[in-house]
Design a protein. Structure first.
Lengths: 570, 152
């Protein structure tokens, strides 16, 4: 008899037998909600070398609630070494290659987590092993990203791996344990990008230069070239990976003595190579320290400082159609005096581009400021307080209608809200920490949200996570209410209809090794499979893969008998 | 000589026990401490399994990125495990704001630092260390990870 489960029954006659419920351990197990369900079973971290996670495309849950044994998988390993393939006429026989190697594979079911692992291979490592689930004939291959080591070290010279060997991406199937493989990094012939960084006609030192590009159409930008660190000549040479799709962007970011200067870009550089590219810094003027106070009106109507707010000033000249362009971003966090201190450039043309954004700390009743014009001439003058957020208030009840205490409530921007925004506002929205609270005995809650961003009204997801009932160690089911749409008015308080948490269906099973031995400390997660992808066609700026995550309905770790006990919402 | 009482003191007057983090799990797997963990920007959650023998304590979990005493930064995610009559409990933190666009680029070459900290008192709005100061007697425990942020 495990400790904890609620004494809900003495015999199965106390349960809903007509729907298959069975009394065991004092609990009425079974009568699950309608599926389909998918699942992921993962091993405890300390057994990661002998067991590996496994996705179940369909988890069958019988009416009696016992799902039986769910076996973890035995991993296979891919043993290999890295070998440098250097540009022609370059001697790299002594080059010790290290790398970060990431393997990913999409989920078997829509919105599932998929598989991802990453290892660091130290320079000079003779053999390394990748531990992964076996690739079966029907499985998608792994996508391997290999990024040579040392790319963030300015002391690496022109004959280092960072300067000679670009990142690499390829597909890999691992149907069985394999050893002795060789992964070649680099190539004898690669497209070259050459150019110079200048400031006031002088070479610009201490910039890290790299090309950003895509491994496939519509994928996100990533580093696809070797890295160059500029000296006082400002010159750079990059070698481009052969696997790049489409044009690339050269990006030069400051470090060391150049820290704080703008970033320089050249967009639309052909992946066949380019020489003589010039990235010229525009006039910046003097660098001055600017104090930006952040205030709010508190509950008693008084103006007070906001501590812990992120204050971001962005700017820049030119755009992707210009021969080259600059972007600038600096940020600071307000101290206990509510003031953020940033260093900005005072050249009039450059300063005219400044925009101010502010993200208040998590849980704040004050709202965000997004890309508001920022006038250097008005520094020192009082700034308006942060705008008020909208209060979402409501009540959480149990299935019997009684107010429920101890329910964690989290509010976050919905995918509809995020994906309705262009890239910049979307990135800003997702940098705002989610609001959270816990219901008191009255079951009431208030969480604070920003009503709109970039002229788009907000829609939010509300996540309700009940604490475990006092007489059970099985977590009650959580509830996700998606796409709560704020009214299109200036209301500062919005009442959400009462949330009634669903009745739990108690489910149990056992996690084992492939040989049937129970596994303690493993975890089973049960997902509702995403059936409706219509959101992807209703919004203007979803990512290419439109990854609507599957909702986790229940999760539980296994006990020392390998048994997992969890609930699903009915 | 009067023998000492062998009865257990009541919770409020007793010494505070520190909270412990038993496990940190992403949507994919359990995260071993001091390893590199990977999260997609703008999505995901963290399930934290906690232990506190002071069952009446409300436990606050906060996730910090790049936090140092010289340059303290506010938490990127917060969640709460309310009191229950059980020393073990869990909380789920939303990670929408864990990674910024800059973090994606920066962590591509060198992972960032990420700390999951559990407090048994609600951290103060101001005080030292910033964003982690607690009322007197409060205790905290943390788990450290290296963070890599990626785009979906």
């Amino acid at each position: 008899m495990p400790e904890g489960p609620p004494a809900r029954c003495a015999t199965s006659d106390d349960c809903d037998r007509s729907h298959g419920e069975v009394c065991e351990e004092g609990v009425c197990w079974g009568n699950p909600p309608a599926g389909p369900f998918a699942a992921v079973v993962s091993p405890p971290s300390e057994r990661g070398n002998e067991l590996i996670s496994r996705e179940l495309l369909e988890l069958l849950i019988p009416d009696h609630g016992w799902i039986g044994d769910v076996a973890l998988e035995e991993p296979v390993t891919y043993g290999a070494r890295l070998s440098a393939l250097c540009p022609a006429l370059t001697d790299c026989s002594n080059l010790a290659v290290g790398a970060t190697i990431t393997l990913t594979r999409p989920s078997l079911f829509p919105g599932g987590p998929g598989f991802r692992t990453e290892i660091e291979v130290a320079p000079g490592t003779d053999q390394f092993k990748l531990t992964v689930p076996r690739t079966r004939p029907s499985d998608t291959a792994y996508t391997v990203s290999l990024v040579p080591a040392g790319r963030n070290d300015p002391s690496q010279g022109p004959n280092s791996a960072a300067a000679l060997l670009p990142p690499k991406r390829f597909e890999l199937r691992v149907p069985d344990t394999t050893t002795g493989k060789v992964i070649e990094v680099g190539a004898e012939k690669l497209a070259i990008l050459e150019g110079t960084l200048t400031m006031a006609s002088q070479g610009l030192k201490d910039y890290r230069v790299v090309a950003l590009g895509r491994w496939e159409e519509r994928a996100s930008l990533t580093e696809v070239s070797t890295v160059a660190y500029t000296s006082s000549t400002g010159r750079f040479t990059l070698r481009l990976s052969a696997d790049v799709v489409g044009a690339v962007e050269i990006v030069a970011k400051p470090f060391g003595d150049s820290s704080g200067l703008p970033t320089l870009h050249i967009a639309n550089v052909p992946n066949s190579g380019a020489t003589g590219r010039a990235l010229a810094m525009p006039p910046l003027g003097n660098r001055i320290e600017v104090a930006i106070p952040v205030t709010r009106i508190n509950g008693s109507g008084a103006l007070g400082p906001v501590e812990g707010a992120r204050v971001i000033v962005t700017g820049g000249l030119g755009n992707a159609q210009s021969p080259s362009f600059t972007t600038f971003s600096t940020e600071a966090t307000t101290g206990s005096d509510g003031v953020a201190r940033l260093k900005l450039f005072d050249n009039a043309a450059f300063a005219d581009t400044y925009r101010l954004s502010i993200v208040p700390p998590a849980g704040s009743e004050s709202g965000v400021v997004f890309e508001e014009p920022f006038d250097l001439a008005k520094v020192g003058q009082p700034r308006p307080p942060l705008p008020a957020r909208t209060a979402l208030r409501g009540m959480v009840r149990d299935a019997g209608g009684a107010p429920l205490a101890g329910v964690g409530v989290t509010v976050r921007p919905s995918l509809r809200f995020q994906w309705s925004l262009p890239d910049g506002p979307q990135a800003f929205l997702t940098s705002i920490p989610a609001g959270t609270t816990v219901t008191p005995d009255t079951g009431e809650y208030v969480v604070w949200v920003d009503p709109l961003l970039a002229s788009t009204f907000g829609t939010y997801d509300l996540f309700f996570e009940p604490r475990q009932a006092a007489d059970t160690k099985i977590a009650a089911p959580a509830l996700l209410r998606t796409d709560y749409e704020l009214p299109r008015d200036s209301a500062t308080v919005v009442t959400v209809p009462d949330i009634v948490l669903p009745e739990p269906a108690f489910i149990h099973g056992r996690i084992t090794t492939p040989g049937g031995v129970p596994v303690e400390g493993a975890e089973l997660k049960v997902f509702r499979v995403v059936g409706d992808a219509s959101l992807c066609t209703q919004v203007s700026n979803a990512p290419a893969s439109c990854p609507i995550p599957a909702t986790v309905l229940g999760r539980a770790p296994s006990d020392n008998n390998g048994t997992v006990r969890f609930t699903l919402p009915r | 000589m009067i023998p000492p009482s062998l009865s257990i003191d009541n919770q409020d007057a007793g010494q505070n026990s520190p909270p412990a983090i038993l496990a940190v799990r992403s949507d994919e797997a359990e995260l071993p401490e001091q390893t590199t963990v990977i999260f997609n920007r703008g999505t995901g959650s963290l399930n934290v399994e906690l232990l506190d023998t002071d069952v009446n304590d409300t436990l606050q979990v906060r996730v910090f990125v790049g936090y140092t005493f010289d340059d303290p930064k506010p938490q990127r995610a917060t969640c709460t495990a309310p009191p229950i009559s059980n020393a073990k409990r869990t909380a789920t933190c939303d990670l929408t704001a864990l990674c910024t666009v800059d973090d994606v680029m920066r962590s591509a070459t060198a992972p960032l630092s990420m700390s999951v900290v559990v407090f048994d008192r609600i951290p103060l709005e101001s005080g030292t260390p910033a964003f982690q100061a607690m009322p007197e007697g409060g205790l905290s425990t943390n788990r450290f990870f290296f963070l890599k942020c990626t785009e979906m």
